[in-house]
Design a protein around this ligand. Structure first.
Ligand SMILES: Nc1nc2c([nH]c(=O)n2[C@H]2C[C@H](O)[C@@H](COP(=O)(O)OP(=O)(O)OP(=O)(O)O)O2)c(=O)[nH]1
Length: 161
């Protein structure tokens, strides 16, 4: 089927809760890699996942972070809402800042985790995460260059995969 503006508009958003975990001691951000078996496996993202029926953003984020990285969030500050259209999905990302959590980090889906200062030293990063990186950079008075996170070549390879 040819995707037109109309069919795109009709596609339903997938609601996603995303956590920006900020380490108190130095402001570093938690970035995780996407596990094998998911679209864009190995790409870097902020931890989170899809809302299940009846869940609030905070409930979904608490569940996802327990399931995926083994910690329990103690606070969750609603920050921004963004949208991104992938070839396979139209997502609405509900961004939350998290500065307090309990438990030990445990990557339960075989992912990797890294604490990063801006600009991130890992790539490629999911396109849907770029607006959050841009805002975080602005907040910190740092320059932002999307092309360092996902090159045109990697992007086109992913789009055609
Ligand atoms: N967690 C996360 N998801 C993001 C980010 N940026 C971005 O575009 N997304 C998109 C990618 C996916 O299309 C969607 C999250 O879905 P997912 O497949 O990772 O969620 P999930 O863990 O609930 O997965 P599953 O139940 O389908 O296995 O949001 C980000 O920074 N973090």
């Amino acid at each position: 089927m040819t995707v037109t503006a109309e069919t795109t508009a009709e596609r339903k958003h997938t609601e996603v809760a995303v956590g920006v975990l900020i380490r108190q001691s130095d402001g570093a951000l938690l970035i995780t890699s996407r596990p094998e078996g998911k679209p864009r496996a190995g790409w870097w993202e902020f931890p989170g996942g899809k809302l299940e029926a009846g869940e609030t953003v905070e409930q979904a984020l608490r569940r996802e972070l327990q399931e995926e990285i083994g910690i329990t969030i103690e606070n969750c500050i609603a920050w921004k809402v963004t949208e991104h259209a992938y070839s396979h999905a139209l997502v609405r990302l509900h961004w939350c800042k998290v500065t307090q959590w309990s438990g030990e980090f445990e990557m339960r889906e075989g992912q990797q985790m890294v604490w990063q200062q801006l600009p991130l030293q890992v790539q490629p990063v999911l396109e849907g995460a770029l607006p959050a990186l841009q805002w975080l950079s602005q907040e910190r008075g740092l320059p932002f260059d999307a092309s360092t996170y996902v090159t045109a070549e990697v992007k086109s390879r992913a789009a055609n995969a």
